[in-house]
Design a protein around this ligand. Structure first.
Ligand code: ATP
Length: 298
């Protein structure tokens, strides 16, 4: 569904250039629900803006649903924004109009011309997000969690293939945020819609199929989240019961270059080393500090 290859985004202001994405690689499959985590300033929102067609990459390749995003004209990009991607923001002001009712809010972005059809679809969507009983309440009369449900209904109005959510539960308490996440999971399962959530909340990230970490807008390493994969990887490492075992995917480019996460290098004392030892054993490659001696016990 989404392929980012060596994606670069440079913001130019009057006197400085900020490289918000520095060659990011990412693959997202159709129907997947995944989260992107990273510290403040790591480039998460920048990436989401590219995925939503709100901004264009400076270099690299970005393909979404078979569309080469760099080749789109401004007009095609506007169409992509309306029809292919749906957005849910943490900031309510970006999603909702407070003095209109829930139903009216959902009708606004709809491309349908027939008023009756619009109303029917808005009601269906609000029922789907559990707000069938709040159709005619003005937004300001709804709770934070209910407003975020309306925002999700709005984002689905034009049947997008991709739902992008920037800190969708950032302003909600733990219980309400769990309900919103459950709703997103159900929509993912029922509609098969691909969902990408940006967050810095690791707990929230645990509730999705897969988590990708961005560091310094430069690289992404895919943390394996599914229990079966962790088990399989643990088995391969021969330390199934160890709590210290940590498993991540690292992205490898076409020439076999691999960016090893810094904390991995730190853990084996090779953080500032210019050389490491790669040992090929039956079906695995083991990375060791360069000074490692074969008589040392592994
Ligand atoms: N429009 C802009 N002009 C200049 N620099 C920008 C712009 N937008 C973002 N940046 C810079 O790009 C980098 C990445 O920003 P981005 O907003 O993508 O990070 P983030 O991971 O989403 O952070 P946060 O979690 O705080 O929202 C930061 O250094 C930021 O200051």
């Amino acid at each position: 569904m989404i392929t980012c290859e060596n994606l670069v985004k440079i913001y130019k202001t009057a006197d400085i250039e900020v490289m918000a994405l520095q060659g990011l690689n990412l693959e997202v499959k159709q129907g997947e629900m995944m989260a992107i985590i990273g510290n403040s300033g790591s480039g998460k929102s920048t990436l989401l803006n590219m995925l939503g067609g709100l901004d264009r990459p400076s270099a690299g390749r970005l393909t979404i649903d078979g569309i080469d995003m760099q080749k789109l004209t401004d007009q095609e990009l506007s169409r992509y924004k309306r029809e292919t991607a749906g957005f849910v923001w943490q900031n309510k002001a970006r999603n909702l109009i407070p003095y209109l009712t829930a139903r009216e809010n959902v009708e606004i972005p709809m491309l349908l011309h027939d008023r009756k059809e619009k109303r029917k679809r808005a009601i269906e969507l609000l029922e789907a997000v559990g707000l069938g009983h709040r159709l005619n309440n003005r937004l300001e009369q709804l709770s934070g969690g209910e407003q975020q449900r309306v925002a999700i209904a709005i984002s689905l109005a034009n049947r997008p293939k991709l739902l992008l959510a920037d800190e969708p539960t950032g302003a909600l308490d733990t219980r309400t945020s769990a309900q919103v996440m459950e709703l997103l999971r159900n929509l993912n399962a029922q509609l098969g819609i691909t969902i990408v959530i940006v967050t810095h909340d690791l707990d929230l990230a645990k509730q999705v199929d897969r988590v990708v970490a961005i560091r310094d807008g430069r690289t992404s390493s895919e943390m394996i989240r599914r229990a079966d994969e962790i088990e399989a990887a643990d088995g391969a490492g021969g330390s199934a019961e160890s709590d210290d075992t940590h498993v991540e995917y690292a992205v490898m480019d076409r020439s076999g270059r691999l960016q090893v996460p810094e904390h991995y290098l730190e853990a084996i004392g090779a953080r500032n080393a210019d050389k490491v030892l790669l040992r090929l054993e039956e079906e695995r490659i083991v990375l060791l500090p360069a000074h490692w001696k074969s008589h040392e016990k592994m």
